[in-house]
Design a protein around this ligand. Structure first.
Ligand SMILES: *[C@@H]1O[C@H](CO)[C@@H](O)[C@H](O)[C@H]1NC(C)=O
Ligand SMILES: *[C@@H]1O[C@H](CO)[C@@H](O)[C@H](O)[C@H]1NC(C)=O
Ligand SMILES: *[C@@H]1O[C@H](CO)[C@@H](O)[C@H](O)[C@H]1NC(C)=O
Ligand SMILES: *[C@@H]1O[C@H](CO)[C@@H](O)[C@H](O)[C@H]1NC(C)=O
Ligand SMILES: *[C@@H]1O[C@H](CO)[C@@H](O)[C@H](O)[C@H]1NC(C)=O
Ligand SMILES: *[C@@H]1O[C@H](CO)[C@@H](O)[C@H](O)[C@H]1NC(C)=O
Length: 673
């Protein structure tokens, strides 16, 4: 019997050591089912947030992966490469002050016994900090300047080796992928942010990168340090997080974490992450102490009417949820939440009105996230499953030049799409409400390049080809940093790579529709490029592709740009409101590219990949003269079948319209695959 137990123990320990010598790969999108080893005041909330600290002062919280992790083999060899990424948020009760930070840590023991809270971050104490016998590697996200450890400021990221005097530290922020400009970030803003830590065991190099959530990983890291961790890391170590509170009540959260030994950490699925609790202070109601008796009496008398009221409310908030939708759970919003978020879809919060329906501004009650809610009416139940699947699929698209789609909600005859709110509204406002709103050339060029990059991502950057279907200035939104982001994926249809896009109803906007699109009804990447060309000219010239209600020759933008180019004076067509402070070559490049994309012959148009290269000046634009571009080759499809649409949709300039159906949503759903 004893022998048998010993044998089993032997087998078990062999398994564990075998497992630990493998290239460990862990990914937690939320920690609900994670088996972490917690101590101090750390806990995992029911919705899967890892809450390292709660409202207790001068405390620490640790969360470690429970098993030891092999960092080298044999024991005296070099440490392995590793890569990790995590998403955190630091929420302070005080708007100005904050209590200490979070650290990713690799340590010889799980609990870091003897470590102290507050400025020691739960990592070290006053005696052992700086001692090489610690064998601790950490990346600190520190919100307090501790002069004793030579902290650079009260909002920094640092690489700590065996002590709190960081080997390297920088103010929190990131280098934008668009322009390389450094952007500040506030660690305790309460907003979720993502960190990437990579160690290259061969080059002995550590890099640390920080970015706002959904911005994607910046290509230039914040911290970059050559340091050999072989002498710091033992052959087996524990990996996890440490956090501490000081005098100001502060909550430290982790939303997701991924780690990989000898490889790249798997990306986190943002849509699966748990939601942060609502921020803000709960005001204690005076009524509780003063008015309690009154309330008791009053509530008795209104009790009956309350029941009736509740029945009504229930009806008001009814939504349609079918069994098949359960798999899309996390993307599904409660109608009630959206109703509260938009304060009952009141007109005051109306952001815009498109062909698909109205868009409202809202603030989600739980997360306080600002959103734009689009109400799309749908009569057709058919294809709804397909459509919602597409929406969920599209919701997974992440690119810094796309407006993030957060989810949806479905009611009897309408669909509600929830997008991240873009504070600066749509680009057309900056083009057509000048001089009240205006963008200089640098800003316009940045928007153009951003939109090109977003559209390129839709076409080639994902597992499926996504056709946008309605590229135009009013579908480009500007975020807080005036980055252009393509919105309105309501029109996008997904195609598997390599398959032929099927015929659908024509949905799009007059002036941006390629001639072959109106003929065949097929939206393709080439028709997107055509629309992008119209968009380019629109942004440079500050004019719509066709001025409504006056279909004379001169009102067709592409013709105008073409004739200016023909005269050798292409810059004449540029928007005068842009000022004279622009780079002539860039303006010319964009206009010529606009003409190139506007060619009637689909195969003559460049691909979005080429467009991006032209805009980056990584590829020289072909000479238009030698291409023999002619006015007829650009012939704007004004004669070809457009009159029909003009007749049935006389004022459809800014609205997407549908050939066969007045319900655009329906046309989206039909043409089943
Ligand atoms: C913080 O968490 C600890 C451990 O989970 C618990 O004992 C303590 O009561 C919590 N404090 C507050 C203020 O919630
Ligand atoms: C969690 O991890 C600990 C430590 O490795 C282990 O003892 C325990 O059985 C694990 N529990 C589950 C549910 O996996
Ligand atoms: C590793 O240790 C073994 C014995 O412990 C020794 O023989 C070997 O030379 C060491 N290798 C290195 C690279 O130090
Ligand atoms: C500091 O931490 C070490 C463990 O790393 C512990 O042995 C020591 O007692 C601690 N010292 C103090 C003063 O708490
Ligand atoms: C580092 O720690 C070890 C034991 O943990 C101790 O013997 C040594 O004196 C410490 N070194 C310094 C510089 O404090
Ligand atoms: C970023 O923060 C630093 C101080 O930490 C400040 O000097 C600088 O002006 C800030 N930059 C921007 C663009 O806000």
């Amino acid at each position: 019997m004893l022998v048998l137990i010993k044998l089993i123990l032997l087998v078990v320990s062999a398994l564990v050591s075998f497992a630990s010598s493998q290239d460990l790969s862990i990914t937690y999108n939320g920690f609900r089912s994670a088996n972490l080893s917690l101590d101090g005041i750390a806990e995992v909330t029911p919705n899967g947030l890892l809450k390292l600290t709660n409202a207790t002062r001068q405390e620490k919280g640790h969360a470690f992966f429970p098993n030891p992790v092999s960092f080298k083999n044999p024991p005296n060899s070099s440490a392995f490469s590793f890569s990790t990424t995590f998403i955190f948020a630091i929420v302070s009760e005080d708007p100005i002050l904050c209590g200490h930070g979070i650290a990713f840590v690799i340590a010889p023991t799980k609990g870091l016994p003897g470590a102290l809270p507050s400025q020691y971050l739960g990592l070290f104490n006053g005696t052992n900090t700086g001692n090489d016998t610690n064998h601790v590697f950490a990346v600190e996200l520190d919100t307090i300047q501790s002069k004793e450890f030579n902290d650079i400021n009260d909002n920094h990221v640092g690489i700590d080796i065996n002590g709190l005097n960081s080997k390297q530290a920088k103010p929190a922020g990131y280098y934008s992928n668009d322009n390389g400009i450094f952007q500040n970030l506030t660690l305790f803003s309460g907003k979720a942010m993502q960190v990437w830590v990579d160690y290259d065991g061969t080059a002995k190099h550590i890099s640390v990168t920080l970015a706002p959530i959904r911005a994607g990983e910046p290509s230039k890291p914040l911290l970059s340090l050559t340091y050999d961790l072989s002498s710091v890391l033992h052959e087996t170590m524990y990996i996890g997080f440490s956090s501490s509170t000081g005098s100001v009540l502060t909550f430290h959260y982790l939303l997701g974490w991924s780690f990989k030994m000898n490889g790249v950490a798997q990306g986190l699925d943002l849509s699966q992450l748990p939601k942060l609790p609502r921020v803000g202070h709960k005001k204690k109601s005076k009524a509780l102490t003063i008015g309690l008796p009154i309330i008791l009496i009053a509530s008795l008398s209104i009790g009956i009417s309350g029941v009736i009221y509740r029945v009504r409310i229930k009806k008001k908030f009814t939504e349609v949820l079918e069994e098949w939708e359960r798999e899309f759970g996390p993307h599904r919003f409660k109608y009630k939440d959206l109703y509260i978020a938009t304060k009952g879809f009141r007109d005051k919060g109306l952001l815009g009105r498109g062909g698909f329906g109205r868009v409202y501004h809202g603030v989600l009650p739980s997360s306080k996230l600002e959103v734009a809610v689009k109400r799309v009416s749908h009569e057709s139940r058919q294809g709804m499953k397909q459509f919602v699947a597409e929406i969920v699929s599209i919701g997974r698209l992440r690119h810094r030049n796309l407006v993030p789609l957060l989810g949806y909600c479905r009611r009897k005859d309408e669909l509600l799409l929830v997008y991240e709110y873009m504070p600066n509204g749509s680009l057309d406002r900056f083009l057509y409400q000048q001089p009240e709103y205006t963008l200089n050339w640098n800003q316009r060029f940045r928007v153009i390049r951003g939109v090109a990059s977003g559209l390129f991502y839709l076409h080639e950057g994902w597992e499926q080809i996504v056709i946008h279907g309605d590229v135009k200035a009013s579908n480009v939104l500007l975020d807080s940093e005036l980055n252009g982001r393509l919105g309105d994926f309501g029109l996008a249809r997904l195609y598997d790579h390599g398959t032929d896009p099927q015929t659908t109803h024509v949905v799009g906007t007059l002036g941006y529709l390629a001639p072959e699109h109106t003929r065949t009804g097929k939206a393709t990447t080439r028709t997107d490029v055509y629309a992008f060309g119209a968009f380019l000219l629109e942004v440079v010239c500050g004019r719509r592709p066709i001025e409504p209600h006056s279909p004379t020759e001169d009102d067709i933008l592409v013709d105008r740009v073409f004739s200016c180019w023909k005269k050798g004076q292409i810059l004449e067509a540029a928007d005068a409101n842009m000022g004279l402070d622009y780079v002539k070559e860039e303006v010319e490049l964009v206009m010529k590219l606009g003409l190139l994309c506007s060619q009637s012959e689909p195969t003559a148009r460049p691909s979005m990949r080429q467009v991006v290269l032209y805009l980056d000046s990584a590829l020289a634009l072909p000479d238009l003269q030698s291409l023999g571009i002619s006015a007829t080759g650009l012939s704007f499809a004004s004669q070809e079948g457009f009159s029909d649409f003009n007749l049935s949709y006389p004022s459809s300039m800014d609205k997407p319209f549908s050939h066969a159906s007045s319900s655009a949503a329906e046309s989206l759903l039909s043409g089943g695959r």
